[in-house]
Ligand binder design. Structure first.
Ligand code: G16
Length: 595
């Protein structure tokens, strides 16, 4: 039976010369190594090993500095404490540049720290949702995910490491804060220098390290994940949709992996299981360690290539793209009709009965991150569902899911997911959309239009100002802090393009987790207006260079639901820029990305 990566190799051979894998069985040779010893390596702390919204992200060259990666990995294990001894961890990532070196470092440090077993994706490849799946299905202590997500890869770009806990989700602030504190004082790490471990092919290798057994199990990158998707969705129905069923012609999809890790899963699920054409229905499905020099971020700017293709070729009914590690998704319909992530969440929430998983398990609450437009709140209100608003970051959904109070959630940053795992899940989102389309037999645009007619529309846009000078960006945020602290700000009316907005509430968002009562402060400045519109300002926590300012604009219309979002929101954008004095502080008069 071929593994997922073998299948990808077959695809790869169509594009370029097949990379011959070294088939000599190093596994046999390793079996003869009976006893290995660990050593303590002296080291000194590095500044700035502070995990951001989702792990530590830096330039590859930073991770390549002597002891940089080792220090961080050791600090993760130190922060976990005594639980590490005898534990099992999952290791894998999106295969970006430096992944293999990082996996080797983790193997040697984990063995030296008394970890009993590592479950590693073949060649170190696992999407972020697949890591979450493996942690949950194997019921292990957690996983180390090697990715900088949607950030570009390659030697000149970004690498990242994050830890996921035993529920399969990103580590909470308490753990990442502990890791950061440890990085400031680390003096040594444990290492097994002679541990030479193969992870290119499925199989189990056993070593003896300091007198204890250490096992490395290399698993198929997609097997458990595909099995989970088959439990959640009706693959028979989805196949009929994609292939056509005699009554309906094939529903033409174009699924774009943007040279990221989802190529492995797209090949298995869309091509092999659902019968999509490898030539016409999928693209950029070979995972490349530099993502082919593109920015693997599924939005209208960085996935423009897909948008243009779907626009030009009107035979396509649907397009989707994913980011490097497969947790983000973008959905477009015929003629590249764009579905905002906030609307995508609301539409899925309104149609969960189309998905067998929810038919069986019922639906227990919805959630969104604070900057995400409130479209899903309206669905929750109509369906009588509990609704949560959390800070930006998937880690804030985990407790609610574990407590059985949350089934579906999403973020404006192109993340959508459910309690099937504890990460956002790009492929899951596309399968959810296709299930809804198969059930309703409607186009993407018609589904949206119908939704807006029922609920009204939250017009939403996000302006990103990437790689600003950090001091400038901080000064702008300080200015906003001062402004909202001034009691005369509430009640002030701002006017632009003939529209007036009166400030109702202005604050810096904080959140108390309803389950463990932990508090997250300073999660973004919100200016809420009398008419329900909102402007939100945040600094990104995922960049690796300078500061990225995000300006989020959300405005609700009950009846006028089919206008152009950018035209509709222009006055509010102007108001947002005026309040922040963004141009004055940063010198920028245009955003890098508009979504
Ligand atoms: C990460 C988190 C998301 C979050 C996003 C926000 O996404 O997993 O939950 O919404 O960051 O990023 P920023 O702080 O830049 O606004 P990913 O896909 O990068 O892991």
């Amino acid at each position: 039976m071929r593994s997922s990566l073998d299948r990808i190799d077959i695809e790869r051979s169509k594009f370029k010369k097949t990379q011959r894998l070294n088939k000599t069985s190093r596994l046999e040779r390793l079996e003869t190594i009976m006893s290995l010893s660990s050593i303590l390596v002296p080291t000194t702390p590095f500044e700035g090993q502070k995990p951001g919204t989702s792990g530590l992200r830096k330039k590859v060259k930073v991770f390549m500095e002597k002891n940089y990666t080792e220090n961080f990995v050791q600090c993760i294990l130190n922060a976990l404490g005594a639980k590490v001894k005898g534990a099992t961890l999952v290791v894998g990532g999106d295969g970006r540049y430096f992944s293999k070196q990082a996996v080797n470092i983790i193997i040697r440090i984990a063995a030296a720290n008394g970890v009993a077993k590592l479950i590693i994706g073949e060649r170190g490849i696992l999407s972020t949702p697949a890591v979450s799946t493996l942690i949950r299905t194997h019921k292990v202590l957690g996983g180390i995910v090697l990715t900088a997500s949607h950030n570009p890869g390659g030697i000149r770009h970004d690498f990242g490491i994050k830890f996921n806990i035993e529920n399969g989700g990103p580590a909470p602030d308490s753990l990442t804060d502990a890791v950061y504190e440890l990085t400031k004082t680390i003096t040594q790490y444990k290492f097994t220098p002679d541990l030479d471990c193969e992870f290119d092919k499925k199989g189990v290798q056993t070593f003896n390290v300091d007198g204890s057994e250490f096992v490395v199990e290399v698993v198929d990158s997609s097997e458990d994940y595909v099995a989970l998707m088959k439990e959640i969705f009706d693959f028979g129905k989805l196949k009929e949709l994609i292939r056509g069923d005699g009554k309906r012609p094939p529903f033409q999809v174009l699924i774009d992996s943007m040279n990221g890790v989802t190529g492995v899963y797209v090949t298995r699920i869309f091509v092999e299981e659902l019968g999509a054409s490898p030539d016409n229905n999928v693209r950029r499905i070979i995972p490349l360690d530099n993502f082919g020099e593109i920015h693997p971020d599924p939005n209208l700017t960085y996935a423009k290539d897909l948008v243009d293709r779907v626009k030009e070729d009107t035979t396509y009914d649907f397009g989707a793209a994913f980011d490097g590690d497969g947790d983000r998704n973008m959905i477009i319909g015929k003629n590249a009709f764009f579905v905002t992530p906030s609307d995508s969440l609301a539409v899925i929430a309104n149609n969960l009965q189309c998905i067998p998983y929810f038919q069986k398990r019922g639906v227990h609450g919805f959630a969104r991150s604070m900057p995400t437009a409130a479209a899903v709140d309206r669905v929750a209100a109509k369906l009588g569902m509990e609704m949560f608003e959390v800070p930006t970051g998937w880690k804030y959904f985990g407790n609610l899911m574990d407590a059985g109070r949350l089934s579906l959630c999403g973020e404006e940053s192109f993340g959508t997911g459910s309690d099937h795992i504890r990460e956002k899940d790009g492929i899951w989102a596309v399968l959810a959309w296709l299930s809804i389309i198969a059930h309703k037999n409607m186009s993407v645009e018609d589904i949206l239009t119908e939704h807006w007619k029922i609920y009204g529309r939250n017009y939403f846009t996000r302006y990103d100002y990437e790689e600003c000078n950090t001091e400038d960006a901080n000064r702008m945020m300080e200015h906003l802090e001062k402004l909202i602290a001034n009691s005369s700000f509430v009640g002030r009316t701002l006017t632009s393009g003939g529209k007036s907005y009166t400030v109702k509430i202005a604050d810096n968002f904080s959140y108390i987790d309803p389950i463990d009562k932990s508090c997250a402060k300073n999660q973004g400045i919100r200016v809420l207006f009398e008419d329900g519109s909102r402007v939100i300002y945040r600094l990104s926590g995922t960049g690796s260079t300078g500061a990225t300012i995000r300006l989020y604009i959300d405005s609700y219309e009950k009846d006028n639901v089919t206008a152009d979002a950018q035209v509709m929101l222009k006055p509010l954008v102007e108001v947002g820029l005026e309040i922040s004095q963004l141009k004055k502080f940063t010198g920028r008069d245009q955003p890098t990305v508009i979504t």
